[in-house]
Design a protein around this ligand. Structure first.
Ligand code: BGC
Length: 542
């Protein structure tokens, strides 16, 4: 189901406790209730500022130009854009297809766990090739180059390299495929940015080991991962210099193990229930970080290695409720910071639990912090079940807030907030590795506005001291949006699935091209796409 969207991604539907259960919660409850009454009372006694304003960070309208070596890119991922026949996701898709769990009546953004929206409507060729990137990568990379982009984020798929259990060497055709993809990028002056784990693993990784454990909980999970990472490093360094070990670990944990909408489809109810997977992902990150650096230095090359986190703004549903306020803070801490804090400190500490686990070699294993940002959420508590907050995307005082096709609110100022928080918290270079919106309209006005508004926030965060090195847009082309199937359109370029994956650029593609060519935003762009800025932020006397 993924992030906050519509049905409220991490909401407590079917009795799921959003965070933790058991005695740790009781302790938290006792301290929390007392603190809430005191602090909440004090907070509420002073007038709260209006919410939802500013949607954009106030600043004068001026040209916003980025440094010379700034990376302007687009992102896609294997399972979403190409054929990966032997993965856990492919297996899940086949099961969904067989059982016809297509969620046809559901609203876009509200597909229940175990389903893929409208999946049955597509022919086999589309279901298996997704956006058809592997059939036309040359054309797609060329389109990115034509836009003036100099970075392209893709994932290498573990299942493509190691489709069968027990393989010790990668499939040579898979290696050849990725060499061709990276060569197509390099020959056009495009820097590949490569993800190692974008939610997807080989199907066999989920066969039970002798202890009955599967996937990341297998006793040999790290050894299996190492075989994959060794092969990747061996084959693609120095061809690839920028590496992203894990994509959005919290989304994987939440969707795969808390609510069960992604494979392996487990409903453990909270992150504590997935603690071993959580720890295994941190260990997998350390291992990859070390292998990539070791191979690079043995070849006199240098690499930049990090992971990317899905950062979301969490606000109280009711601004006057101390419970909503406290829960918004707790949820935000658990979702946004626990994993990144662990990488910085070397200890896995889960908010509202007593889990505090040192992970060997973890501290400081990141050359940059990766940021994926899309939206904000509203957290609502219920005094009768205070530990199972709902996380949704409509606030009572903002019923008409602009939302995308999936129901996610557009909140550019939150991008600034998140970037500046990351900058302060970790004091590392920051790579924006995803930002975008679902807008399937032919004229995609929302995407155009969103592009300009978010790039503006990134520029302001840079101005305010955050060392941002890239802006990577999700996505170049429409693709397979996990449980939402093919109906959520994230592409600068539309894909016609009924006509051999034909590509048609939306107006936002040309706009992004203009931004990349100008290396930033002109005042004309700002005035054209964000006309309200003049009135609100550039008025005389400000
Ligand atoms: C993920 C992508 C996804 C995108 C839009 C990110 O969370 O990394 O796989 O398609 O958001 O939902």
């Amino acid at each position: 189901m993924r992030r906050p969207p519509a049905s409220s991604v991490r909401e407590s539907r079917d009795g799921t406790d959003w965070l933790m259960t058991g005695h740790t919660w009781k302790r938290f409850a006792a301290i929390g209730v007392f603190a809430l009454l005191v602090v909440g009372g004090a907070v509420l006694s002073v007038a709260l500022p209006g919410r939802g304003e500013p949607r954009e960070t106030p600043a004068p309208v001026q040209a916003m130009i980025f440094p010379k070596d700034f990376l302007w890119g687009v992102a896609i991922a294997g399972q979403q854009a190409e054929s990966v026949p032997a993965s856990d996701w492919t297996k899940f898709e086949a099961e969904v297809f067989r059982a016809q769990r297509f969620a046809q009546g559901e609203k876009l953004g509200a597909t229940p766990p175990g389903h893929i929206r409208d999946f049955g409507r597509w022919p086999e060729q589309v279901r298996s090739h997704k956006a058809g990137f592997d059939l036309r990568y040359d054309q797609d990379i060329d389109a990115a180059a034509q836009l003036g982009l100099n970075a392209f984020r893709v994932s290498i798929e573990w299942a493509r390299l190691f489709p069968r259990a027990g393989m010790t060497q990668p499939d040579p055709d898979a290696i050849a495929y990725y060499h061709k993809v990276f060569a197509a990028m390099r020959s056009r002056g495009i820097e590949p940015v490569v993800t190692l784990f974008h939610y997807v693993s080989p199907a066999w990784f989920f066969d039970a080991d002798v202890h009955g454990k599967r996937g990341w909980e297998r006793a040999d999970a790290q050894a299996l991962w190492q075989t994959y990472v060794d092969a990747v490093a061996e084959n693609f360094i120095p061809e690839v210099r920028i590496w992203c070990t894990l994509n959005e670990p919290m989304v994987y944990l939440y969707d795969g193990y808390v609510i069960g909408s992604y494979p392996p489809g487990e409903k453990r109810g909270d992150f504590a229930g997935a603690r071993d997977v959580y720890a295994a992902l941190l260990r997998a990150h350390v291992l990859a970080y070390r292998v990539l650096h070791r191979v690079a230095s043995s070849r006199g090359a240098s690499v930049s290695v990090g992971l990317t986190q899905n950062l979301e703004v969490f606000e109280p549903y009711n601004r006057y409720s101390p419970l909503d306020r406290a829960l918004a803070w707790v949820v935000g801490k658990a979702w946004n910071w626990d994993f990144l804090d662990a990488v910085a400190s070397g200890r896995m500490r889960l908010t509202t639990t007593d889990i505090d686990l040192p992970i060997e070699g973890l501290a400081g294993t990141e050359d940059y912090v990766g940021v994926n940002y899309y939206s904000r959420n509203y957290v609502r508590g219920d005094w009768r079940h205070p530990f199972a907050p709902d996380v949704g995307n409509v606030a009572p005082d903002l019923p008409h807030e602009e939302r995308n096709d999936l129901g996610w609110p557009s909140y550019p100022h939150g991008f600034y907030e998140m970037l500046t928080k990351v900058g302060k918290r970790y004091a590392k270079p920051v790579m924006i590795l995803e930002n975008g919106t679902a807008d399937g309209a032919d004229d995609d006005k929302q995407r155009q506005r969103s592009l300009v508004a978010h790039i503006r926030e990134a520029w302001l965060a840079r101005r305010d001291g955050v060392d941002i090195r890239s802006y990577v847009h999700w996505s170049l082309v429409d693709n397979f949006e996990w449980n939402e199937g093919f109906d959520a359109k994230f592409g600068l370029i539309a894909v016609d699935y009924d006509h051999d994956f034909r590509r048609t650029p939306r107006p936002s593609a040309a706009l992004y091209g203009d931004i990349a060519h100008a290396n930033g935003l002109s005042t004309t762009m700002l005035r054209r796409y964000l006309p309200d800025l003049d009135a609100s932020t550039d008025a005389p006397g400000r």
